[in-house]
Design a protein around this ligand. Structure first.
Ligand code: SF4
Length: 341
C-alpha cells in the first residue's frame, strides 16, 4: 500500500487525506520510511531543478506581543522579553548587506505583529535602496489588508512568508480565517507566498498534520516543508518536548510527496543534514530577533550563518543556487486570485 502511494506521488498525482495519513504513520527507520525519504529527495531535486537555496532572515524588533502565540518567545504570556528593542536602519542594512555578500538567495525582513506597518515600509525602502537591485526581498510580518499587501509589493517585496500554523486559534489568539485571508490578499497583490507545516511538536496528531499539510498545498506556495517547534523555556508547550531531526526528516519528506512537483521548494527549520538529505532544499540563516530564541541577537545563539546553511546542504549532497531565489521567481507557481475563506 505504501509503495502504491509513493508511486502515485512520483507520478505527480494528488494524494488524498487518507494516503497522506498513511505516510505520516510509518515507523521511523523502517524500509518504508527509507522509501518515502528516497522518493521525496528525488521529487525535491526535480522540483527545484537540482539547486537548493539558502534564504536569510533578519528580525527587526523584539516586543512583548499581544497575540500570544504560545510557541513564540515574543509572546507576552511567555515573559521572555519584557522590553521593546528595535534595530536601527544602519544595523539592519549592515546585516542584510552581509547576507547578500555571503550569497543568500533571498532576504527575509521579519517584524513582530505589532511593529507599525508604516515603520516597516519605511525601513524596507531603506533596505531596498542599500541592496543590489536583483536581491529578492521577502516580508515576514503579521496579518495585513489588501491595500497593505499592495504597499509591500510597491516597496519592492517579491513575496511573503505566512502560515496557518499548527494549533492556530488554539495555541494562538489569531483566527485561522485571518491567516488565510492574509495569504489571499498577498496573492491578489501579486506577491508569492512561502509557507510550511509548523511549528511541529511531538503531540500533534496525524490528523492535524494531514489537515495543515493540505492547507499548504491549497495555498499553491513557492515552497512548503516542515519546521519543528523549539521549546521556549518555562512554557506549557516546552513540557511537550521537541521532535527529533530524524522525525522531522520523515515529516518533511511526506510533505514533499503530498505536494505537486509544480511547487519548487521544500524547506526545513532549523537546518539539519538528515532533513536536507530527505528532501529539504531550502534552509534559513538568521540574524537579529528570532521567535525561537531567547537571545536578543539570534546569531549569538540559535541562528546559523548563510555559510553554515550552505555547508549543511552540501553535506547532504545538494548543489546550492548562486544568485536570486528561483522559488520566488521563475519557478514560482502561478496563482489565480483564490479565495480560501
Ligand atoms: S508568532 Fe508573531 S503574532 Fe505570534 S506572538 Fe510571536 S510575534 Fe506575535
Amino acid at each position: 500500500m505504501i509503495k502504491e502511494i509513493i508511486t502515485k506521488a512520483q507520478s505527480d498525482l494528488i494524494l488524498d487525506a487518507s494516503e497522506i495519513a498513511e505516510l505520516f504513520k510509518i515507523t521511523l527507520f523502517s524500509e518504508e520510511s527509507a522509501l518515502i525519504q528516497a522518493a521525496a529527495r528525488k521529487i525535491a531535486e526535480q522540483a527545484c531543478q537540482g539547486r537548493a537555496e539558502v534564504h536569510a532572515q533578519i528580525g527587526l524588533n523584539i516586543a512583548p506581543c499581544p497575540n500570544n502565540c504560545k510557541f513564540c518567545s515574543f509572546a507576552a504570556c511567555n515573559g521572555v522579553f519584557s522590553e521593546a528593542v528595535e534595530l536601527s536602519a544602519l544595523e539592519v542594512i549592515s546585516r542584510t548587506q552581509q547576507f547578500e555578500q555571503d550569497g543568500a538567495d533571498a532576504i527575509f525582513i521579519m517584524a513582530t505583529a505589532d511593529y507599525a506597518f508604516s515603520k516597516f515600509l519605511d525601513m524596507s525602502r531603506q533596505i531596498k535602496q542599500a541592496l543590489k537591485s536583483e536581491t529578492i526581498l521577502i516580508a515576514n510580518v503579521g496579518d495585513f489588508s489588501l491595500d497593505q499587501a499592495k504597499q509591500l509589493k510597491d516597496v519592492g517585496y517579491t513575496g511573503i512568508y505566512h502560515a496557518l500554523r499548527l494549533g492556530e486559534g488554539r495555541d494562538t489568539q489569531i483566527s485561522p480565517e485571518k491567516r488565510l485571508a492574509t495569504i489571499n490578499t498577498a496573492h491578489q497583490a501579486g506577491l508569492s507566498v512561502g509557507t510550511c507545516l509548523e511549528p511541529v511538536g511531538p503531540e500533534h496528531t496525524v490528523e492535524e498534520l494531514v489537515e495543515k499539510t493540505m492547507v499548504t498545498r491549497d495555498i499553491t506556495p513557492a515552497y512548503s516543508g516542515a519546521a519543528r517547534r523549539i521549546p521556549i523555556p518555562n512554557t506549557d508547550l516546552a513540557q511537550k518536548g521537541i521532535c527529533s531531526e530524524a522525525r522531522m526528516a520523515h515529516i518533511l519528506a511526506v510533505v514533499r510527496l503530498a505536494l505537486p512537483v509544480s511547487i519548487p521548494g521544500n524547506c526545513t527549520h532549523e537546518p539539519s543534514i538528515i532533513g536536507a538529505a530527505a528532501g529539504a532544499c531550502l534552509l534559513w540563516a538568521e540574524a537579529g530577533s528570532n521567535p525561537r530564541d531567547t537571545q536578543e541577537n539570534t546569531e549569538e545563539k540559535r541562528g546559523m550563518t548563510v555559510q553554515e546553511c550552505r555547508r549543511v546542504l552540501e553535506e547532504a549532497e545538494w548543489k546550492v543556487l548562486d544568485g536570486p531565489s528561483r522559488f520566488y521567481t521563475d519557478l514560482a507557481p502561478q496563482n489565480e486570485e483564490k479565495v480560501y475563506v
